[in-house]
Design a protein around this ligand. Structure first.
Ligand code: PEP
Ligand code: MN
Length: 345
């Protein structure tokens, strides 16, 4: 449940409510909005009698939150979470674009693609240094050397870096180079990792597991939020289905549903969601039209030579050709595409 304070409630009123919540054996989570303060009751609160809190000074109402996730729910926080990054606002009025190769392969590869992407107005660069590969014999990423290359690219091009962290003991290392920590689909339910990225303050891009329900995705986000990191973006990247024509089935339903259920930004990944370059563009448009706050798209200057996910990687020219259509899709959703908006302002 959440305790909604009156707009004129004093700091002492809020403190008293938080103390009472602790006395009842729960964890209070304070969130100060523009108008009023809301205090979440964390823990299995079904046994708390709302009457315990309803009549305290400064309390306007006590609202039950029926969803098992609390901090992630729209009921807890009606206003969207907006994450500031590289001069962009993720979850704000513009639709942001994260682009780059699946893996960091060489310094030259990253510099080439970053230069092309920067020319298209892309400010957020993706690239994996630690790669979760289905086969142990596939390219596993360059590790820390890849992180160093990413940091060089950031210094040269002023882009923010999005890169994956695979284990709780690597969070400090990856966090010392990255601007956004990506938790991959395979790790969505690695609870020690979720807690570890929750204990630090870099924004987290949390990808949906191919077999997870949306509720499970939101509960995974809750692990991060409950540790004190409010900067979580959710990523729909396709779910496992039965058609061998595609790598995954991009779940477009997830986009508007997540927007209803949570205040967290929703990012769509049509690259992994399809696995094929020829339909990445249409699905990217669809996701933006459906209300996604951003896209993460794999782009490689030479996809035929890519060490991972070449078949789903766009060339920079493909992305360039797609931008006007993405802006149209953004307009259909009452927004602008950030790179296009920046170029025309
Ligand atoms: C990736 O972004 O390259 C990746 C491995 O994605 P996912 O975790 O969604 O499979
Ligand atoms: Mn990939």
């Amino acid at each position: 449940m959440i305790v909604v304070m009156r707009s004129g409630a004093s700091p002492e009123d809020v403190e008293a409510v938080m103390t009472r919540i602790r006395e009842l054996g729960y964890r209070p989570h304070r969130s100060d909005g523009e108008e009023r303060t809301v205090v979440g009751v964390l823990g299995n609160d079904r046994r708390v009698d709302p009457g315990e809190l309803t009549w305290m000074p400064g309390v306007e109402k006590v609202v039950p939150i029926l969803a098992p996730y609390k901090l992630a729910s729209r009921d807890f926080q009606p206003a969207p979470t907006v994450i500031d990054l590289a001069g962009l606002q993720i979850g704000g009025s513009d639709v942001v674009l994260i682009a780059g190769p699946c893996s960091v392969e060489t310094r030259a590869q990253m510099f080439e693609v970053a230069e092309d992407l920067q020319a298209l107005g892309v400010r957020l660069l993706r690239g994996g240094a630690f790669k979760p590969r289905t086969s142990p014999y596939s390219f596993q990423g360059l590790g820390e050397e890849g992180l160093r290359i990413l940091a060089e690219v950031r210094d040269e091009f002023g882009m923010a870096i999005v890169t994956e962290v695979m284990g709780p003991d690597e969070v400090d290392l990856v966090g010392s180079y990255a601007d956004v920590l990506q938790v991959g689909a395979r790790n969505m339910q690695n609870y020690r990792l979720l807690e570890a990225v929750g204990r630090q303050q870099r924004p987290v891009l949390l990808k949906r597991s191919p077999s997870a329900t949306l509720e499970e995705l939101l509960l995974a986000a809750e692990y991060i939020l409950a540790q004190g990191n409010p900067h979580v973006m959710l990523c729909e990247r396709g779910i496992r289905s039965y058609d061998p024509l595609v790598r995954n089935t991009f779940d477009l339903n997830a986009v508007p549903l997540l927007k209803q259920l949570t205040h967290l930004p929703v990012i769509a990944d049509p690259s992994h969601g399809t696995g094929r370059r020829d339909i990445v563009g249409p699905m990217a448009r669809a996701a933006v039209a459906a209300g996604a706050d951003g896209l993460i798209v794999e782009v490689h200057a030479h996809p035929e030579a890519a060490l991972s996910d070449g078949a789903q990687s766009l060339r920079p020219a493909d992305l360039e050709a797609l931008l006007p259509a993405l802006e149209h899709a953004a307009l259909a959703a009452g927004r602008h595409l950030a790179p296009v908006a920046a170029a025309t302002r």
